[in-house]
Ligand binder design. Structure first.
Ligand code: HEM
Length: 145
């Protein structure tokens, strides 16, 4: 009886495995947008490093790179909304919201590029962090499931 219970438990486990696992999109983390996001992460790291070193020239260059990456991201549809360019009306509405999030990020990065004191820089960086957190919560697919 015990053996039967165990084997049916094991059986239930194996059978529920594939049904329970969330199917991850094959393009998760592999889209053009994901690539640019990775570059933006590098931009943020480079900016903070230059800020620590008091290297304003590098800060300015990196802030411009970040702005260029934001511009590119603005035209790309998050995988969570659609994996093709033909959008339904509902997907278009989501994409509009995504672009609003990108506009907020752009504003924050512009403030960063204009900042002349560390206090202004810190405020802009914190706003960028907020934009990113909000954008990811709403539109970033979780690739780990
Ligand atoms: C400077 C700010 C930001 C940084 C540093 C950043 C960084 C990242 C990183 C590292 C990833 C993972 C990429 C991968 O899987 O390899 C990612 C993904 C993503 N981020 Fe951002 N992010 C920022 C702002 C935003 C904002 C504001 C939004 C939305 C309005 C957004 C939307 C997304 C989406 C949708 C993905 C998934 C890509 C896809 O759909 O293919 N991010 N981001």
């Amino acid at each position: 009886m015990k053996k039967l219970l165990i084997s049916s438990f094991v059986c239930a486990l194996t059978m529920s495995g594939p049904a329970m696992a969330n199917d991850v999109h094959p393009m998760c983390g592999e889209t053009e947008l994901a690539g640019i996001m990775g570059d933006m992460k590098d931009n943020m790291k480079a900016y903070k490093k230059a800020m620590k070193a008091g290297d304003t020239e590098t800060m300015n260059v990196v802030a411009q790179d970040l702005l260029a990456n934001i511009e590119k991201s603005d035209g790309l549809v998050p995988l969570q909304i659609s994996d093709n360019k033909e959008l339904t009306a509902a997907q278009q509405a989501d994409f509009d919201q995504y672009q609003k999030g990108m506009a907020y990020l752009q504003e924050s990065a512009e403030a960063l590029s204009k900042a002349t004191t560390d206090d202004e820089r810190k405020a802009a960086l914190s706003q960028i962090g907020k934009a990113s957190k909000k954008g990811h919560k709403a539109f970033k697919m979780d690739c780990d499931d």
